[in-house]
Design a protein around this ligand. Structure first.
Ligand code: ADP
Ligand code: MG
Length: 723
């Protein structure tokens, strides 16, 4: 496949269109030309079988087909007489086949079809690779359009064909002339077939409804939808294609932003308890802190106060890199609820983290006479009953827990503030379940917290219904963690280094490799690493073991032992990835480092560098590597979570960031978040402006937009409507 040509930033790969049959020529007319809803097999040349294949790539109607956009175009190729061809330049010639033969190449297992072809100006030998089946079609000496270039390969100059079409087909030029569109396709359905079907559907594009208000189109100098769709498929110039594609991406982003903002608007129609100004408890908490809040923490607490006093539910995401001090902001928010006479909940994604939070909170809450409960699935039934009863009666003011908090049978007397720690671990579904289940008439104020830095464009999408606060400042006195790659032959020295830190009174984590998907394999790894180290490199030190399959009580003991210094080394799986806070731990060794994702490594590394001493992250490599992994090298070079997140997005694609596919966020078809950052921000602005001028989107054009938005991104709202 050629390297040049116009490329749209769509993810999927296309198949080569060099081979594969075209649609059969036919005289059948489209059944009802006004119906974009008509099934694809109403198109001439598209039968049942083909319709089934189209369905498998998500195309069932003619409208779907028109919106199946190409992801690039072949470099433009112009019609040219044979005599005017230049070596190395792509061109299209219109010729008749004079003779034709197939031979096998000696070296590779290759069949080469050679045909002498000519027009009035001259004759050339054209070659096709591995398409011997064409010999039969060429036996009638048809007229062809062939696109390709003259090339000299060990012998006379020949015309190497990239694509051709037989002129008795009625698709003259579709596959060979101008900017030929290339579509995302599957093995089952060739690009040629898609191209042919789209060409046969294109007259129906006039019926496409344009949801974008004409005022916006005019201001942005965008073409109408029908023109944009046609220009995307069959552009006259590369520029025309680019503008058309951007216009359709903008439309998609606008619809998404409208869905998100409407969802937010709807959520905020529910009343929430207006919590008064800060009172005694939160003041006492701040005074008792062993440090001064950073100015970023103060700013975020003020933002939270603004939300809590407004009488509408807080919908806020607190973004702050690992170690930026989100926990104190969370506790502040919890206390604001309690001092107003209500209840507060803190939800964490893992038991280990919930335990840690409960442990920490218990101390300070007890001093203030506040009763707290812990709720997680591993509790004995009687304990669980006590906690749920305490929440229902209001006897417990604060609860810390895992997602057990959002299960049936948990009712609060008066829940006013809910904080979700490390919210990215929960997924969109659970986030909405929480909103829905935690409030009855009034909604709780919800503060989501995440340490996964997400590029702004992504947060506008994933969290487009939330206000965003950022802790953009680390507490003072932190020295950035030093990160080193450790080749196998350097590992003895690395263990020596770790022993030195331990001897100096510091602590270390040893994180075990991900063997495969699935936890049990990882636990296995952690258990055997633990056994090996205990009788090997670290035999003189006190080791602890932590993995997900341990009984809850053992996990808790292991964490406590490490936090309080009874063990010096914590051999663990990625259960320690989130939230764990032991400032005396200064070394993290990550075994089999290549198997971890960038953002996961970042979370892991965040467990060290939490105190004032220099901290180290050692990435152990399984095998010697000549050129180090791009990801790991980048990771070693920066501790900036945002940089890493962008790199992750670039390296892995954006799909994985969406997680829960069914949420409706993940299926952007035209727009690409990395590429379309500017468009996204502009679409967000337009959407917000539209909702300000017409909050219910009732005007004629606005209503059209609203309808298109819920048709396209209805799932986004549906999650909310369940509430
Ligand atoms: P994260 O944002 O990763 O949840 P934590 O809230 O666990 O971070 O805070 C990391 C560490 O920094 C904790 O040990 C905490 O006590 C400490 N810390 C938080 N805020 C400050 C501050 N303003 N000054 C000094 N240390 C702080
Ligand atoms: Mg935390």
């Amino acid at each position: 496949m050629e390297g040049g040509g116009l490329r749209f930033p769509l993810g999927s790969a296309g198949t080569s269109d060099a081979d594969g049959p075209a649609l059969p020529p036919t005289g059948k007319r489209v059944v009802d030309p006004r119906l974009l809803e008509a099934p694809v097999d109403s198109l001439p040349g598209v039968g049942r079988i083909l319709a089934g294949r189209f369905a498998s790539i998500g195309i069932s109607t003619v409208g779907d087909l028109l919106l199946h956009l190409p992801f690039r175009h072949e470099p433009p190729s112009r019609l040219c007489p044979v005599a005017a061809l230049h070596e190395g330049e792509t061109a299209t010639v219109r010729v008749r086949v004079r003779s034709c033969s197939v031979r096998s190449a000696r070296r590779r297992n290759l069949k080469i079809l050679e045909a002498v072809v000519s027009d009035d100006s001259g004759a050339i030998v054209a070659v096709w690779y591995n398409q011997a089946y064409l010999e039969e079609a060429f036996s009638s000496r048809p007229e062809l359009l062939i696109r390709g270039a003259l090339a000299r390969r060990a012998g006379p100059v020949r015309f190497v064909v990239q694509s051709h079409e037989i002129l008795s087909d009625h698709e003259g030029g579709l596959h060979t002339l101008g900017l030929v569109p290339v579509y995302p396709a599957t093995g089952d359905i060739s690009v040629r077939v898609i191209r042919g079907a789209v060409a046969r559907a294109k007259d129906l594009a006039v019926h496409l409804v344009d949801p974008v208000p004409s005022r916006i189109l005019a201001a942005r100098r965008y073409p109408a939808k029908r023109d944009a769709v046609l220009a995307c498929h069959f552009p006259a110039t590369e520029r025309e294609a680019r503008v058309a594609r951007n216009r359709l991406a903008f439309e998609e982003l606008l619809l998404l932003q409208i869905a998100l903002l409407k969802r937010r608007q709807r959520e905020q129609q529910h009343p929430a308890c207006a919590i008064g100004p800060p009172g005694g408890l939160s003041r006492r908490f701040l005074e008792a802190l062993p440090f001064l809040p950073t100015s970023a923490q103060r700013k975020v607490m003020a933002e939270v106060d603004g939300d809590l006093t407004a009488g509408r539910p807080m919908l806020r995401l607190l973004q702050g890199d690992v170690g930026s001090g989100k926990t104190m902001v969370a506790v502040y928010a919890l206390l604001r609820a309690v001092e107003s006479g209500g209840q507060a909940a803190l939800m964490a994604p893992t038991e280990v983290l919930a335990d840690q939070h409960a442990l920490r909170l218990a101390e300070s809450l007890e001093e203030m006479g506040i009763r707290m409960g812990l709720l997680k699935s591993s509790l004995p039934a009687s304990v669980r009953r006590d906690v749920t009863a305490g929440l229902a009666s209001g006897e417990l003011s604060v609860v810390v827990g895992t997602h057990a908090l959002i299960q049936d049978g948990v009712d609060f007397r008066d829940l006013r503030v809910a904080v979700i720690d490390e919210q990215h671990r929960f997924g969109v579904r659970q986030r909405d379940a929480l909103r829905a289940s935690m409030g009855s008439h009034t909604r709780p104020h919800v503060l989501h917290m995440t340490a996964t830095p997400i590029p702004r464009t992504l947060s506008l999408t994933l969290y487009g219904d939330l206000d965003i606060s950022t802790l953009d400042e680390l507490p003072p006195g932190r020295t950035p963690v030093r990160t080193r790659l450790v080749q196998p032959d350097r590992q003895p020295r690395a263990w020596q280094f770790i022993r030195d830190r331990l001897t100096a009174g510091e602590q270390a984590y040893v994180v075990c490799p991900l063997i495969e998907e699935g936890d049990s394999a990882q636990e296995f790894a952690a258990t055997s690493v633990y056994a090996k180290l205990r009788h090997g490199e670290l035999e003189e030190y006190r080791l602890g073991l932590l993995h997900g399959a341990l009984p809850s009580a053992e996990k808790q003991t292991a964490m406590m032992d490490f936090a309080e210094g009874r063990t010096q080394v914590m051999v663990a799986t990625t259960v320690i990835e989130v939230g764990i806070d032991v400032p005396n731990a200064t070394v993290m060794a990550i075994l089999g480092a290549r198997r971890f994702g960038l953002s996961q490594l970042h979370q892991l590394r965040g467990r060290v560098g939490r105190g004032e001493r220099s901290s180290y992250c050692l990435l152990f490599l399984d095998e010697a590597e000549e050129d180090p992994d791009e990801r790991l090298t980048l990771f070693a070079s920066t501790t900036d979570g945002f940089k890493l997140a962008e790199a992750d997005l670039r390296l892995r694609g954006e799909g994985h960031m969406f997680g829960d596919k069914q949420s409706g966020y993940g299926d952007l078809r035209v727009a690409r978040l990395l590429y379309d950052q500017t468009l996204l921000v502009e679409a967000r602005k337009e959407a917000a402006a539209l909702l300000v001028s017409d909050p219910r989107l009732e005007g004629a054009t606005e209503a059209l937009l609203a309808a298109a938005s819920s048709e396209r991104f209805g799932m986004v709202e549906h999650w909310l409507d369940k509430a």
